[in-house]
Design a protein around this ligand. Structure first.
Ligand SMILES: [Fe+2]
Ligand SMILES: [Fe+2]
Length: 279
């Protein structure tokens, strides 16, 4: 029942996760892939077709971002469940996103690329598991509330180009996580939920590493393509593929720790260029 799955390659493991609908199974397969990879016998490999969308459970229902319940935190349990549920949904998307990057783009990179995104997939699986456990502590479960599909829309928007994917997923969405998480931690402490605050602190530390990896591989691919102004290339890709302005205030310190300088993203913050993309 719980035996370790056999994978033909890391790409095959990616496909197994992407086609598993049950979140707990995605976590189990990801942990298993990490173990098998550590033995050093698995190749990166490739798969002939990658699903447009990953398999997901029947619940939560996906709704438009504007129909999402607000994440106001109160001393009661409901506000916290809403927040933790929204974060669990982001982390489940992040598991699939990391594996989608491996399956879709690893053949264009040296093997270290796949190894790096496997560590991201492993972190995201643990983040999801921690949040799911915390929801259970509070008498709730992933799937109880609606969720929105914005992250996978960004994945589909950038499915054709590794440089666009790296520009938008780690360097916009995950970087945005660095901006907003410290405030959430503070609010959880204000309502005396230290356990949830510590889960978010772990996530925050790991996410700095994910932004750093996104940044590093973006620069690698830009150089490999002979782009002599990677900052400009990044800004152009954001204008093309990301709808909406980048939202200040930015966590410049955490972004700098991830090797992501302010002169890349600050010019796109609510500027005329970025605002042109606000629907
Ligand atoms: Fe995460
Ligand atoms: Fe992440």
């Amino acid at each position: 029942m719980d035996e370790t799955p056999r994978f033909a390659s890391l790409a095959a493991a990616a496909l197994a996760v992407l086609t598993a609908a049950d979140p707990a199974e995605k976590v189990r397969l990801t942990r298993a892939a990490v173990q098998v990879w550590a033995m050093g016998t698995l190749s990166v490999g490739s798969v002939s077709s990658i699903p447009d969308r990953p398999a997901r459970p029947d619940q939560p229902t996906l709704v438009s971002p504007s129909a999402m319940p607000h994440r106001r935190l109160t001393r009661g349990v409901r506000g916290r469940v809403t927040l933790l549920h929204a974060l669990a949904h982001i982390e489940l998307n992040a598991v699939d996103l990391a594996w989608d990057i491996v399956a879709r783009f690893a053949p264009q990179f040296p093997p270290a690329f796949a190894a790096d995104w496997l560590t991201v997939a492993a972190d995201e699986a643990e983040h999801f598991a921690l949040l799911a456990a915390r929801l259970a502590d509070l008498g709730a479960a992933y799937g109880d509330l609606p969720a929105h599909d914005g992250l996978w829309q960004s994945a589909q928007e950038t499915a054709g180009d590794a440089l666009a994917r790296l520009a938008v997923i780690p360097m916009v969405h995950e970087a945005r996580g660095l901006d907003v998480t410290p405030m959430m931690i503070e609010k959880l402490r204000a309502v005396e939920d230290e356990t949830s605050a510590q889960v978010l602190e772990r996530i925050y530390r790991d996410e700095i590493g994910h932004v750093a990896l996104g940044n590093r591989w973006f620069l690698w691919l830009a150089a490999a393509r002979g782009l002599d102004d990677p900052r400009r290339a990044w800004q152009t890709l954001i204008r093309q593929h990301f709808r909406g302005a980048l939202k200040p205030p930015f966590n410049d310190e955490a972004r700098a720790t991830a090797g992501f300088p302010g002169d890349w993203y600050a010019p796109l913050a609510l500027s005329g260029d970025a605002l042109a993309h606000v629907p």
